[in-house]
Design a protein around this ligand. Structure first.
Ligand SMILES: *Cc1c(COP(=O)(O)O)cnc(C)c1O
Length: 483
């Protein structure tokens, strides 16, 4: 079937917006048709299969090995979600398909998925409305901060800064800064929480927002979170929730109920779709009632006749932040994941994620220094400070784990923890896998005493020796071929 869609554009306040999509059926115009065959290389099916099989083996993934990369939540992606995303009615859709195509309504199902997903995410997080357009967590942050700016501007206020703790992910200050705000950094206190004295000093009527991760990047849930939110609201500032760690509290508590006004989620962390190698993500943004009007266009709406449509006519909107409507495949997989698990399943996810992390913490605390606290949420932060006495760094332990078949945990983040090793096992790993990983960590701890050189030489199982990481980033050698 060859369909060409001609869009009539309805210009509105400087936006050139597609309003009505008119399909025209017919062949491609003659001038676009090639006269001779394209000169494409011919290879056998076997060669193609080998090429892609070998390529896939170069990829370290959750499907092949344990991947406890803290903060990233590299969770297992159930295969049924891939099946759903591959269904032809979804995967074969063209993004320029008209919203209502005669009686066919090819795009209606997808619009309904987006509509339902926005409702589900609102329910899970306690927010009033969501946009699923942002393409990653960091993109969601920028969108969220732009919403905050639009809100203050609408109220005739020019607020100057955003408050962010020193344990935050680097994208937080980057997003605030790109959106035009100064960043005020608050130190972490002895217990690993936002230092309340500095916080109160920094907070004033120039504060546009307080941007927090909760539980935070140290794997801790701040018991003063409500007080922090109340103090911010008392000076007219908004609360921003970095939802990268939502996996820890799914079904247990809702950021909206705590008092957060804007939130981004990382669908590729909390709801399947591990994102190694820079794969696609999705960073939906949710808002409380007073921010709904500022959400990006287009908005998915349900008409009175039950059909769905994209609505571009929102004059307070911050405008377009992404072409078309988000990374639809990632949204679809997350939607299937949420529907399959249901409420009780999502609660089990967070309980098991927290249990797995605490199991690792409990078994490793005699061998490694703990960053903060005696228990954790869904990830635990250890330190190689003791091993450093033998000249062994977190980096050496990470490289040793590669030899043992494990993806290293996140190291040197959060920045405030010396020789940090941030372990996030997720909910789906078996006790056997966790035990094998823990044994490897214990081996590394004892090697650091008996043979520190062995750790400094790791990894030995790789086709190349340990890389000079700076050179590898600056002058990458991409010629290496699989054996
Ligand atoms: C991953 C992460 C982000 C950024 O999300 P991306 O999807 O990688 O852009 C922000 N904050 C925290 C705490 C994260 O772990």
């Amino acid at each position: 079937m060859q369909l060409i869609f001609e869009k009539s554009r309805a210009g509105r306040k400087g936006f050139a917006l597609p309003e009505i999509d008119v399909p025209i059926t017919g062949a491609l115009p003659e001038k676009y048709c090639r006269k001779t065959q394209a000169n494409l290389p011919e290879v056998s099916e076997l060669d193609v299969v080998r090429h892609f099989s070998n390529l896939s083996r170069l990829n370290f993934s959750v499907d092949t090995n344990f991947y406890p990369l803290g903060s990233c939540t590299m969770k297992y992606n159930p295969k049924f979600t891939e099946k759903v995303a591959a269904m032809e009615g979804f995967s074969g859709l063209h993004p320029l398909l008209p919203q209502l195509l005669g009686g066919g309504m090819l795009a209606q199902g997808s619009l309904e998925v987006l509509y339902n997903m926005e409702r589900l995410l609102s329910e899970i997080t306690g927010m009033s409305a969501f946009t699923t357009q942002p393409l990653a967590g960091a993109h969601g942050e920028l969108t969220g901060v732009m919403l905050i700016a639009a809100y203050h501007k609408h109220n005739g206020e020019r607020r100057k800064h955003i408050i962010i703790p020193d344990s935050s992910h680097g994208t937080n200050p980057a997003s605030a800064s790109i959106a035009g705000y100064d960043v005020v950094v608050i130190p972490t206190d002895k217990e690993g929480f936002l230092d309340m004295r500095s916080y109160k000093q920094a907070l004033n009527r120039e504060t546009a927002a307080v941007m927090l991760t909760c539980p935070d990047t140290l794997g801790l849930f701040n018991p003063k979170i409500k007080e922090i939110a109340d103090l911010a609201h008392a000076v007219g500032a908004l609360m921003y929730y970095d939802g990268a760690n939502l996996n820890a509290i799914l079904g247990k508590c809702r950021p909206g109920d705590i008092g957060f006004d804007v939130i981004h989620l990382n669908l590729h962390k909390t709801f399947a779709t591990p994102h190694g190698g820079g794969g696609p993500g999705a960073g939906p943004v949710g808002v409380c009632e007073k921010l709904v009007d500022f959400l990006p266009i287009s908005r998915v709406v349900r008409r009175t006749d039950g059909t769905f449509a994209l609505d571009y006519h929102k004059h307070k909107s911050i405008g377009y932040i992404a072409p078309f409507y988000g990374n639809f495949g990632v949204i679809l997989k997350a939607y299937a994941y949420i529907l399959a698990l249901g409420k009780s399943g999502l609660i089990e996810v967070s309980e098991n994620a927290v249990l797995s992390a605490n199991y690792c913490l409990a078994r490793l605390k005699d061998y490694y220094a703990l960053a903060y606290g005696k228990s954790c949420m869904h990830e635990c932060v250890l330190s190689a400070a003791r091993q450093l006495e033998q000249g062994v760094h977190a980096l050496d332990i990470a490289k040793y784990l590669i030899d043992k078949g494990f993806h290293p945990p996140t190291i040197y983040f959060p920045l405030i923890v010396k020789e940090a090793m941030m372990i996030e096992p997720t909910e789906t790993e078996s006790k056997e896998t966790l035990d094998a990983f823990i044994e490897a960590m214990i081996e590394a701890a004892s090697l650091s005493k008996t043979n520190p050189e062995a750790l400094r030489l790791a990894p030995l199982s790789m086709p190349v020796k340990r890389l000079d990481e700076t050179r590898a980033a600056r002058v990458p050698d991409l010629r290496w071929q699989p054996k």
